[in-house]
Design a binder for this molecule. Structure first.
Ligand SMILES: *Cc1c(COP(=O)(O)O)cnc(C)c1O
Length: 227
């Protein structure tokens, strides 16, 4: 266990130093970027280690895993997996932030299932990919979805989220995302957050304005199952 702790501490320090260099290069502050440690497939004991090392934000792709680990370790819990209608009521019970809303058909259920007294932070996932099936709404449909979220009592529109498409250089993908976000902000000026960047590309994402980066394998090691 000591070994595991040392391993995680050293990879976290490495990620932190890269974040530090990236924000500096962009004349931004460290506080302008939230590091979400993506703990999917890893045990709650790893999440505890991360929390002891000062990490406050954790991300999961599956309801069952997120529900279990969030009951064991306190923190701000993010859901970035694909939303399924039959899981929404459970997800809103443990998640504080949803990164993956990409269809108007989930909005109503999402809003209605938020527990009393809680406000759920929501990112709209944009598809930067032409090929369907990888998640994300068409940029042309973003404003309609945002309008729908804005009138919901229990949802707070944070901003946009995207994943750089496979086979495209992340630099050009995040450059496009930045343009989409800028024009989105003209209509929703409070939706300033931008969730972009994973282990392979978070430094580039920071250069293009990411405020939330979702980093898993660089901190915890490569996953066996490709979730
Ligand atoms: C798994 C996942 C991540 C983290 O990916 P790593 O490459 O392990 O950093 C980030 N975002 C989403 C949407 C994911 O599914």
């Amino acid at each position: 266990m000591t070994n595991r702790r040392e391993h995680i501490a050293s990879s976290l320090a490495e990620v932190e130093s890269k974040i530090g260099a990236a924000v500096k290069a962009s004349h931004r502050s460290r506080e302008s970027v939230v590091l979400i440690a993506v703990t999917k497939t890893y045990p709650a004991s790893d999440v505890e280690i991360l929390r002891d090392l000062g990490v406050t934000d954790f991300g999961e792709n599956r309801d069952s895993e997120g529900s279990e680990k969030s009951s064991l370790v306190q923190g701000r819990w993010h859901f970035q997996g694909q939303l399924q209608s039959n899981k929404i009521a459970s997800i809103t019970g443990w998640a504080d932030v949803i990164h993956s809303l990409d269809t108007s058909k989930h909005v109503d259920r999402l809003d209605k299932s938020v527990p009393e007294g809680k406000k759920l932070s929501v990112f709209l996932q944009v598809g930067l990919d032409q090929s369907p099936g990888r998640g994300g709404i068409e940029p042309s449909e973003l404003l309609g979805l945002a309008d729908q979220v804005e009138v919901c009592e229990h949802l707070e529109l944070m901003g946009l989220m995207a994943v750089a498409p496979l086979g495209e250089n992340p630099e050009s993908a995040f450059a496009r995302l930045a343009v989409i976000h800028t024009s989105f902000l003209a209509h929703h000026p409070q939706a300033t957050a931008l969730s972009a960047g994973m282990s392979g590309d978070f430094e580039i994402a920071i250069a293009y304005g990411a405020t939330h980066i979702r980093v898993g394998s660089s901190i915890l090691g490569s996953r066996i199952s490709p979730l």
